[in-house]
Write a new protein. Sequence first.
Length: 505
Amino acid sequence: MLTKPLSAITAETMGSCNVTAALNVDGGMVVVSPITGEIVATLDEHGVADADAAIVKANEAFRGWRLVPAPRRGELVRLFAEELRKSKDELGRMVSIEAGKSPSEGLGEVQEMIDICDFAVGLSRQLYGLTIATERPGHRMMETWHPLGVVGIITAFNFPCAPWCWNAALALVCGDPVLWKPSEKTPLTALACQAVLERAIARFGDAPEGLSQVLVGGPELGAALVDSPKVALISATGSTRMGRIVGPKVAARFGKCILELGGNNAGIVCPSADMDMALRAIAFGAMGTAGQRCTTMRRLFVHESVYDQLVPALCKAYASVTVGNPLETQALVGPLIDAAAFEGMQAALKEADALGGTVHGGQREPVEGEKAYYVKPALVEMPEQAGPVLRETFAPILYVMKYSDFDEVLELHNDVGGGLSSSIFTTDLREMETFLSARGSDCGIANVNIGTSGAEIGGAFGGEKETGGGRESGSDAWRAYMRRATNTINYSSELPLAQGVVFDI
Ligand code: UN1
């Protein structure tokens, strides 16, 4: 059991982020830590009227911020990265308390924030447009990128801060104010991040008021952002179910959307794979963060020639993995977020069992009492890809299947709704390149000899099909936060028309 009540640790952590005012014993919103199931804070919730006012304020901020030169906007993000470095331990602990992650995973999430800020600072001097050859003499044609408008960011419990920062750091250098609706399960991390950003804003000096705001409360706040024509871009992370609601609503008002939804990520282990490396990569990919990453490995196809070598070794790793309180022990696997996650996991295991699956693990572990949900991760040997294997269950379940033919396994790999992340374990050049080719993995992320999770910020993050199609973070994801104008300038004394059209008056 914890040596100190989690609510006390929370108050200390929040205190060092200068947001103790947010902890309000009379408030309406209850924050529970999955580590113990204990209430660690109660908060005042925002209402829809607050959301509407925040949208107005953010649009006022946009009028000024869009005129600030991009490298100067980058200076704010540089200061934010400095403040994040100073507050890394407190923020990492807050992530652990609210999402149940191990200290190294909590700190890793804050590191992603620091990394994307550094990336965005460099980007603030590289928001390039093209100069394009024009067909008309004495003309010049170019593309210009302008700030887009207010960006609404909706985030999920499992990564309570990094996805916000992937969006916010880019949006801020691109000239866009941000409005953040965090998960109801992790509002404290959001308030702490906002407090840290406010320190950077104070040091920056002349940022407009309302440049970054947080809305704490229920789904009606997200709906207010989604429905408002004054929110130019909605970037939403969450379930495919949520995306099916958000996507059409934003499209109906011709708004822009970045959707980062569910995945059903798979690995393929080929005969030539480095088995020890594959084992370690699969163990982290499938059991890390208690299976609660959108990039978690959920399906594994193992070639029949190595199945009897790899799968018993994996079962051993599953049996011996440490499950426990992430703040008080060195456990690799922490709690599930809540009772509903546990029930969803048990229902999926029951279904797999009825379809002829052999379930290893998956049982509840008696850690921290009745109100916390710790489980032994489950490995399920399945005769075929059916039932629960075809969908994402947000819990540590790895469905393992045997394959014999490479072309067939590629088909099976892609034959699910999700299209986020994928891995192949092989030292065979042909298999590797085929997996990465047009007829290979159809996911937004396709890896070789590493697991499905733990992407770096430098690449574009997101995926296809039911994953929603959006891209966040690195590469050229910044373009989604700006609007593109094509400018054609006539510096001649003639007026030639394009396509040779004649219109003499
Ligand atoms: C998520 O689970 O929503 O690739 C994000 C990863 C992390 C991000 C996960 N960098 O696992």
